[in-house]
Design a protein. Structure first.
Length: 90
């Protein structure tokens, strides 16, 4: 997964969340935000780490329980390193 496509993937649901806040009640927004934070972001971050070779597919479940640990540990790789750059460094 390239860095630009990763950013598009993590930002894609935000207009829908804004739309749900604007046109629906706050409960719908809170449910959508909860799904985004607890399910969508760990999955996208986990798949990015798997693609970079920093996490095994078998360990994807760890992203749901220790999400903040992996986001801090691999912050640079998640948000700043393109896959081609990472492959050339290793």
């Amino acid at each position: 997964m390239k860095l630009l496509s990763y950013y598009i993937t993590i930002l894609l649901p935000l207009p829908a969340l804004y739309w749900s806040l604007r046109f629906f009640d706050s409960i719908t927004f809170c449910i959508g935000l909860g799904i985004y934070i607890m399910i969508y972001r760990p999955l996208t971050d986990g798949f990015r780490l798997i693609d970079l070779g920093l996490l095994r597919r078998k360990s994807l479940w760890k992203m749901f329980f220790t999400m903040s640990f992996y986001n801090i540990k691999y912050f640079r790789e998640l948000y700043f390193v393109n896959k081609r750059q990472y492959d050339s460094c290793n």
